[in-house]
Design a protein around this ligand. Structure first.
Ligand SMILES: Nc1ncnc2c1ncn2[C@@H]1O[C@H](COP(=O)(O)OP(=O)(O)OP(=O)(O)O)[C@@H](O)[C@H]1O
Length: 225
């Protein structure tokens, strides 16, 4: 179970962007989160993934309250998540080949020996050929880089996936391919999913249930600029 309990969070304690939000995702459940631009969905997704410390409230991961945030979160909690963002270039080290990018979490957690096997499994799953794996981020398209970021998100076999507008900049066929990879992984692993987006049709087709920001938040969404 991934529980967000009464989360208030933001970038200035006097004016939080997320106020008193609670959301529970059951094991294996896929929940879509919809809301207007700037309302706080990404902030909440980052809190859920232990990447942003809330001002108040609790994240409970499989029964255990979050014991830290970002690099201070215990490894067992950090590695329970696979996280995918909208803009792969912001989360990809430009110096790494796509293969090294995918392998990063294995190396960071002392599982170097598993790198060749996991790359061999995941590259075809996400549709990356050997030639593309040798390239660096500036030598591939956004869609190809997002495929590598999805493989990286799956490489430690997470129990929870947080996908923050992962398909927002992709065409329809790449979107369908990446959603299919996530769904195959969830079917096989039983992982739960929080998918943030603007596309109601996609989220309703993809997720077990879709919630709107207005149902979650005690404050109305800020007007879109
Ligand atoms: N690092 C930051 N520092 C200060 N303010 C921020 C920061 N990141 C986001 N914000 C602000 O917090 C608010 C919520 O942003 P957030 O990215 O969570 O919204 P969102 O609902 O995900 O939007 P979008 O759908 O456009 O991605 C916005 O007003 C944004 O400007």
């Amino acid at each position: 179970m991934l529980e967000l309990r009464d989360i208030t969070a933001g970038y200035d304690r006097r004016t939080p962007v997320v106020r008193g939000v609670s959301l529970t995702i059951a094991p294996g459940e896929a929940v879509g989160l919809l809301g207007p631009s700037g309302c706080g969905k990404s902030t909440l997704a980052r809190v859920a993934a232990l990447l942003h410390r809330p001002d108040s409230g609790t994240v409970v991961l499989d029964g255990a309250p979050a014991a830290g945030w970002r690099h201070r979160a215990p490894r067992a909690q950090r590695t329970a998540y696979g996280v995918l963002f909208q803009q792969p270039r912001l989360s990809a080290d430009p110096r790494l080949s796509l293969a090294d990018l995918i392998a990063e979490p294995l190396r960071a957690t002392g599982r170097r020996a598993r790198v060749p096997d996991r790359i061999a499994e995941l590259a075809p799953t996400v549709g990356l050929s050997g030639e593309l794996l040798a390239r660096r981020p500036h030598q591939v398209s956004d869609g190809q880089l997002q495929r590598a970021c999805l493989a990286r998100a799956l490489v430690l076999r997470p129990r929870w996936l947080i996908c923050d507008e992962m398909t927002a900049m992709l065409d329809a066929s790449t979107t369908a391919a990446l959603v299919a990879v996530v769904e195959d992984y969830r079917r096989e692993s039983g992982a739960g999913l929080l998918a943030v987006g603007h596309d109601r049709t996609l989220l309703e087709r993809w997720c077990d249930r879709t919630v709107g920001w207005e149902e979650l938040s005690r404050t109305p969404a800020a007007p879109t600029m």
